[in-house]
Design a protein around this ligand. Structure first.
Ligand code: SF4
Length: 304
């Protein structure tokens, strides 16, 4: 399947790592059926409610948003790990969390830096050699906070989980999701960023004992360059598969998160017409409108 452009994100790269074929269906056949789970639905509801609280400091309003965002099926089993009751209790703990009181929500493009959409247009890469097929990396930053005392910006990622780790440091220490945000903050400030302050607001969802902790890290210029190098390598592999019209399967993805992959019914076929025919029976998902506040051209080190 040929395309005129390609948009990728942190989650598409994760999908590519879990199974390249899955990315092929998503990006080159527009297979948009989402794999919704209680984890993604409740995580999204808690994000929206808490992000609103950060701006408006209005607890009732945040609780209302949570209730509106939670699927009603979650009413039925209050003792399930991600029930409405558990999420309500967790949101209260998030709003009571004191460590961010010393920070302000940063302002980017005249707006509170919440769910900041950005785009990095990869300047020196085309998916095809004979025709320019541009690639762009897009994403949203959960929150950018400003520390007035030390005059620094802190990229903040909200994580919701039911995992019971005693120490979440290994879960985030090498996480690279926030590294490209350095380019966004650089652009917003209009000056180079030598290091990026990031933090993870880790929220353990629980009805009777929600735990909120903050895990801060300082990312160096070398870390940011590592991210760019990893992206360049992923793009080279993707280009190779695309131009060979052959993406490998990775069986570990077929039952990832204890669910059958949503491409399982047609993944056996390598016949484009057959795959398109099977996908024509699916209802297309509505795409979220993407209007980046920060739009940057990025040149990757290709190692050539
Ligand atoms: S069914 Fe398995 S091999 Fe096929 S796309 Fe899904 S994860 Fe990959």
């Amino acid at each position: 399947m040929r395309v005129d452009s390609l948009q990728i994100s942190h989650s598409s790269r994760a999908m590519f790592a879990s199974c390249p074929r899955k990315l092929e269906f998503r990006k080159f056949y527009n297979h948009s059926r989402r794999e919704e789970s209680s984890a993604t639905l409740t995580g999204s509801a808690l994000h929206k409610a808490y992000q609103d609280f950060l701006v408006h400091k209005d607890r009732e309003r945040a609780i209302f948003i949570l209730m509106m965002e939670m699927p009603t099926a979650y009413d039925e089993r209050p003792l399930q790990p991600r029930s409405i009751e558990a999420c309500y209790s967790t949101l209260l703990a998030m709003m009571d969390f004191q460590q961010y009181n010393k920070f302000e929500v940063a302002v980017i493009d005249g707006k509170p830096a919440i769910e900041v959409p950005f785009r990095l247009r990869i300047a020196n890469f085309s998916l095809e050699d004979d025709r320019h097929v541009p690639v762009e990396y897009i994403g949203y930053i959960d929150v950018v906070l400003f520390d007035p005392k030390h005059e620094r910006f802190i990229s903040t990622d909200i994580k919701t989980t039911t995992r019971g780790l005693s120490d979440f440091t290994p879960a985030y220490k090498f996480d690279d999701q926030q590294l490209p945000y350095a380019f966004v903050i650089e652009s917003a400030l209009g000056q180079p960023v030598d290091q990026l302050d990031v933090q993870y607001m880790n929220c353990v969802i629980s009805l009777d004992n929600p735990q909120i902790t903050n895990l801060p890290f300082v990312k160096s210029r070398a870390d940011i360059e590592d991210w760019a190098r990893g992206l360049a390598l992923d793009l080279q592999m993707l280009k190779l598969y695309y131009n060979n019209n052959w993406f490998p399967r990775r069986v570990s993805g077929c039952t990832a998160y204890n669910r059958t992959c949503n491409a399982f019914d047609f993944c056996h076929s390598r016949d484009s017409a057959m795959i398109e025919h099977m996908l024509s029976f699916e209802t297309a998902q509505e795409q979220r409108q993407f209007d980046p506040w920060i739009d940057i051209e990025l040149t990757l080190e290709t190692g050539k």
